[in-house]
Design a protein around this ligand. Structure first.
Ligand SMILES: Cc1ncc(COP(=O)(O)O)c(C=O)c1O
Length: 495
């Protein structure tokens, strides 16, 4: 595509955008689990209006846009209070969970450079359930990720394995509250004790679960300890664009105190421009997400979040009970909030995900690793609460269909193709054959992905990473061949 020689009218371009978007599933129907965290229309409208109010303002220099400094301070204060931070707890507003977690790791690295200068190759301990953004952080900031298993039944970090993995080079432990996949919380008090004993840092990743855990606690539900009241916790990330229902681009990273937070800040004056003081990764920083986050916290309020939290809890309990009545399925671990995954010993869950998708349910297939079986994940959201009975009914029917289906011959073909070869060093040619075998054409994934997922699940993670990088790299380099819909009102100028 090229920029058009003559501008298209506002209505024209908006029509084209709507036509593009019409091809996507509508998240308002509550059949997509995750991706869009949506509360009721009134909340969505409030966030949109607040976002628009500040969408052109720039939080890069809050000495000019003082209102944005105030909004950030107040959002951070509300977040800190929500996770029981004391008056020392301090933080920053960021663009999302990945930025918050990356900042926590960069801060730990720079803290260690100052406080543990003998360490040459700093290490970070990650339970296998930790979000990949920590691996990205390790990659960007040159830390060694040390992966430890989770308990196979509870799916919470195996504390003995963590203790055994700590070395003199360890600077940071990661615990999830909750993890994305199963909604389970790692034993944060035990991790905190290890951090204190070894004089290292502990980051609690509450990006997806931290907000709702606190709401559940306030409702009187049984919630594991995970927040700033736990000794040894030094930082905590919590997304507002997830279970606080802010617009995307909204998270906070909180630190125990500002001696720690100082390592997050990048300042540079040695050039021929203004002095840059960047507490987060962005320099130019949009005001919209911040205003949206401020507005949603104040508009929904504790009473509103309690109401939403209780509805989510009831829907999750109903879903768990329904799955319990299906012979072939079981719930993975014991979810602490409204994130659940189910697995099976008898049927192929990847096939099940495809069947559900064919009926419009976007349940996420999860690979297995370290002795944990593959499973299927749901992030239960306000708009899914009304759909639980329909979902369970389709789930029962899909299970019956998949149970009767003969296993795909492709897995055997795949095994024959790679047999006798060292899978860790498969050539590009063999990988190309594997991709063709599972129906990847022109770098596009097939609609039904059970075979693809099953085969990926057989391969070591580095090979899967190579395959997926190549699929993505090819797909985004390819020119889209579909025609752009004609604008219905093709007035030739926007001026
Ligand atoms: C536990 C956890 N941490 C971090 C992230 C990364 O957040 P984001 O997608 O906002 O970058 C996610 C995203 O789902 C998550 O579930």
């Amino acid at each position: 595509m090229k920029i058009p020689e003559n501008g298209i009218s506002r209505e024209g371009v908006l029509d084209q955008l709507r036509a593009y978007r019409a091809q996507d599933p509508d998240w308002r129907e509550g059949k997509i689990f995750g991706h869009v965290f949506h509360a009721e229309d009134d909340v969505v409208d409030t966030v949109e209006q607040a976002f628009h109010l500040f969408m052109w303002d720039n939080a890069q220099d809050t000495s000019i846009f003082g209102s944005l400094r105030r909004l950030e301070t107040e959002v951070v204060a509300m977040a800190s209070n929500h996770v029981r931070g004391d008056e020392q707890v301090i933080g920053s507003f960021t663009s999302g969970g990945s930025e918050s977690c990356l900042l926590a790791v960069k801060t730990a690295r720079d803290w260690a450079r100052e406080n543990k200068p003998d360490i040459r190759q700093p290490e970070m301990i990650l339970p296998i359930t930790a979000h990949p953004c920590f691996h990205k952080a390790a990659h960007y900031f040159d830390l060694k990720p040390v992966i430890v298993p989770v308990d196979p039944v509870t799916l919470r970090a195996d504390i003995d394995a963590v203790k055994a993995a700590v070395t003199d080079d360890t600077i940071l432990l990661i615990g999830s509250a909750t993890c994305f996949a199963f909604g389970t919380t790692d034993p944060i008090p035990e991790l905190g004790q290890i951090a204190l004993d070894r004089d290292i840092l502990l980051h609690v990743d509450g990006c997806i679960g931290g907000f709702m855990l606190s709401v559940y606690r306030a409702l009187g539900h049984d919630v594991p300890d995970y927040d700033f009241t736990v000794p040894g916790v030094t930082s905590l990330s919590m997304d507002l664009h997830k279970y606080a229902f802010a617009a995307k681009g909204a998270s906070v990273i909180l630190y125990k105190n500002n001696q720690l937070r100082q390592h997050q800040i990048f300042t540079h004056s040695g050039w021929l421009g203004y002095t840059i003081i960047n507490p987060t990764f962005q320099n130019t920083k949009p005001g919209g997400p911040l205003a949206g986050a401020w507005a949603v916290l104040r508009h929904v309020g504790k009473d509103g979040y309690s109401k939403i939290g209780e509805a989510l809890k009831q829907a999750t309990d109903a879903f768990i009970a329904g799955v319990g009545e299906i012979d072939d399925l079981f719930i993975m671990g014991e979810p602490d909030i409204c994130l659940v995954a189910f697995g099976s010993d008898t049927i192929d869950v990847f096939e099940l995900c495809d069947e559900l998708k064919a009926r419009g349910w976007y349940v996420g297939p999860l690979p297995g690793a370290m002795g944990i079986k593959p499973s299927a994940h749901l992030t239960i959201l306000p708009r899914t609460t009304a759909n639980i009975a329909a979902l369970l009914s389709d789930l029962r029917e899909c299970v019956a269909i998949v149970r009767e289906r003969a296993p795909s011959p492709l897995i055997a073909q795949f095994k024959a193709l790679v047999s006798g070869r060292e899978v860790a060093t498969l050539s590009d040619e063999v990988i190309g054959d594997v991709l063709a075998m599972v129906g990847i054409k022109d770098h596009q994934l097939p609609d039904r992905r059970a075979d693809f997922n099953a085969i990926l699940n057989e391969l070591p993670a580095p090979i899967v990473d190579r395959i997926m990088t190549s699929v993505h790299n090819g797909a985004t380099a390819t020119e889209v061949t579909e025609p752009i819909p004609e604008p219905s009102n093709a007035v030739r100028s926007c001026r």
